[in-house]
Design a protein around this ligand. Sequence first.
Ligand code: NAD
Length: 356
Amino acid sequence: MKKVITVLKGDGIGPEIVDEAIKVLGRIAEKYSHEFVYKYVDIGGCAIDKYGVPITDEGMEQCKNCDSVLLGAVGGPKWDNVDPSVRPEKALLAVRHELGLFANLRPTKLFPQLADASPLKQSIIGNGIDLLIVRELTGGIYFGKRNTAEENGEAFASDEMKYYAHEIERIGRVAFESAKKRRGKVSSVDKANVLDSSRLWRKIMHKLGEEYKDVEYEDVLVDNTAMQLIKNPSRFDVVVTENMFGDILSDEASMLTGSIGMMPSASLSEGTLGMYEPIHGSAPDIAGTDMANPLGTILSAAMMLRYSFDMANEADDIENAVNAVLDEGYRTADIMRDGMKKVGCREMGTLVTEKI
Ligand code: NAD
């Protein structure tokens, strides 16, 4: 099978981790006689430096006209003070919007080999942690009207959080369908005791709950969810929530698993086109040192094979290889413990590749 992949390496550790994912995909292509064609597009700070914008129109067209997009990360201190209209993150929001990537899937799984890297006590993670956060990605406060102005001589700023019923329903369906393929439970997270947008969210989720009778359903307030993730993470299977709550909760959840460097994500549209990226940022503090953990990006590539290319066996191969390498005790610095074998970003990518 031939697939065209747009590659957005981005800034900081982005190029290092994406190179390792491509190394692994090369092995998959060889093993299964697929052809992966890579089209490279600058995004984020490196694009600002070259073109004055975080992604060019041609770059955006390339993202729209391919089979899937693989992203490293964007941003860094160098571009923290650029004009807000061309900030590196602007490009990410634009790609999500232009490609209609409304569903962000963030699996949070504690690899048993890394149990001692989790900050939680063994008595709490005893039953394991394996949850899927389904975050709405193209609505809510990140896309609402912004305003910075003055009133009676005092500065003020506001950001609008707006959701249409159809946006809530389609993300809800992704959550219920995912739950059917997992342990069959949806926890819908909102702030319905305060926000109108959450009350509409809850009403629509309840309607879906009636429709998906085989799926267990619960409402949980976002503040309670933040607490429950630490107190009793195994109570969750699929967690569905709006854009900003999902952004915050998924970073919290990722830490339960030991390192943000392990966590993949998929952003899906209504069709098969998706964007795949690790959930962490560009980690400028370790960029260029070969210390980055490439596993979140490699596992994102596995999600790409599974969700966009319908290549389940190939995806299983990558996930099994990651497991095997961890079983053998290889660790990057972020997950290193006494008695384990420390490796760099490149060696970790090579080890996974060789296991396939
Ligand atoms: P970060 O995720 O880049 O880093 C947080 C901490 O985790 C750092 O100590 C870093 O070294 C470590 N870390 C992250 N990924 C790692 C990996 N793969 N292996 C080992 N350690 C890893 O978050 P930050 O420091 O808040 O942000 C840095 C930059 O990234 C900022 O400019 C921010 O805007 C940007 N950012 C981009 C994205 C994205 O591109 N999707 C997401 C979040 C942040």
